[in-house]
Write a protein that binds this ligand. Structure first.
Ligand SMILES: Cc1ncc(COP(=O)(O)O)c(C=O)c1O
Length: 387
């Protein structure tokens, strides 16, 4: 006789929905001969010098726990990387922690700040893991729909949200954005920062796509408001290292110290050889993203134009590797049903815009972290399907 103990589970966990992106991808992956533009990870190999650093570390028996915050050499290299690239200053001894990907940094940070009923402002559409973590911690998601402003948060819309939610505790920003590929210029992000500086909001800024920008250099919000920003970055996207699980959180020492407690309880320390590889990537691979960026630009341009020709309006993205395209008005505007139909009939895989929150319905996300040949094939198939 089995007992059913489900009623012992915390309501916050029961209530938490996981991202349906992975589930959706898996579901349509079963369709034979599908061309997938669903993936949120680079199709490039990890740079060779980085792999070699890890192999050497394993051969040298670097197989022990490290400092819980991460090897100091890796933290120093990460802090130098952030300084060189984005002109932000973090003391590697007291202000920066190496995590199992940005995913863990997000968990640690939300677990540190968010309790039952806390309001969290989130410009949408955005990466849905934030929604799950807000749920898990009993927080209250306040979506700021940016769709009417071409998916960029405007000062006006931010001010309105702050006025309507004066007790909100946190805002979560992500730029360049998953899923829209949009990002902010230096002056745009400075204006957002100036508004936030007048508040007591904790600003969580997920800048994991900062190395993948096409045209303008990335400006971190931490340059303007370091005292209230928890900055996330990592190697998953810049160095095609999703499986290595290297992320960073950095911020004011008195906050980082507390978030680091959660980090230590979650994971003790990140795999040692991966941290050695990360040191190599941050120190000697500062421009490793450049050849990838060249390829992404070619693919982005091709996909952008191809989609426009087929009637899928979309803004030319300035970063990341996604295009967020409007489903043509004469087709099914329910993005989930539309994506299922296109996967089954056209054999093209894409992600429903509704997965990313308010403002996403009626859109689809296509990833160009796949070969140009795949992109061409997907467009040909869509064309045939529409004909
Ligand atoms: C915006 C955003 N943040 C974080 C992550 C996860 O990063 P990591 O691999 O470092 O956990 C992703 C992955 O798709 C992402 O799109």
């Amino acid at each position: 006789m089995h007992k059913n103990l489900k009623d012992k589970i915390k309501p916050d966990v029961l209530r938490t929905q996981l991202s349906n992106i992975y589930g959706f991808s898996e579901k349509i992956s079963k369709i034979p001969d599908l061309v997938k533009l669903t993936l949120g990870e680079p199709d490039f190999a990890t740079p060779k010098h980085v792999k070699q650093a890890a192999i050497a570390a394993i051969d040298d028996d670097e197989s022990h726990y490290t400092a819980t915050w991460g090897r100091i050499e890796t933290r120093k290299a990460a802090a130098d990387f952030l300084k060189n690239k984005y002109d932000v200053d973090y003391d590697p001894e007291t202000q920066l922690v190496i995590t199992n990907g940005v995913t863990e940094a997000m968990y640690d940070t939300l677990a540190t700040f968010i309790e039952e009923g806390d309001e969290v402002l989130v410009p949408t559409p955005t990466f849905s893991v934030y929604y799950s973590l807000i749920d898990l911690n009993g927080g209250k998601l306040i979506q700021i729909n940016t769709q009417p402003d071409d998916f960029l948060l405007t000062p006006e819309r931010l001010q309105k949200a702050i006025a309507e939610h004066p007790n909100a505790k946190m805002i979560i920003l992500n730029f360049p954005s998953n899923p829209t590929g949009r990002t902010y210029s230096a002056s745009e992000i400075q204006m957002i920062a100036e508004i936030l500086a007048k508040t007591d909001l904790i600003v969580v800024s997920d800048e994991i796509y900062s190395e993948l920008t096409y045209g303008q250099k990335h400006t971190s919000i931490a340059r303007f408001i370091p005292d209230q920003t928890i900055l996330f970055n990592g190697l998953s996207k810049s160095h095609a290292m999703t499986g290595w699980r290297i992320g960073i959180f950095a911020g004011p020492a008195n906050l980082v110290e507390q978030i680091a407690k959660v980090h230590e309880l979650v994971t003790t320390s990140v795999m040692t050889a991966a941290q050695v590889a990360a040191e190599e990537a941050f120190a000697n691979g500062q421009d490793d993203a450049l050849p990838m960026v060249k390829q992404y630009i070619k693919r982005r341009d091709y996909l952008h134009e191809g989609l426009e020709k087929l009637g899928f309006k979309n803004e030319l993205p300035e970063g990341a590797f996604y295009i967020f395209a409007k489903i043509p008005a004469d087709l099914n505007q329910n993005s989930y049903d539309f994506c299922i139909e296109v996967a089954e009939k056209a054999k093209v895989g894409m992600i429903p815009g509704s997965s990313f929150g308010a403002g996403g319905e009626g859109y689809v996300r296509l990833s160009y972290a796949t070969s140009l040949d795949n992109i061409k094939e997907a467009l040909n198939r869509l064309q045939k399907y529409l004909d």
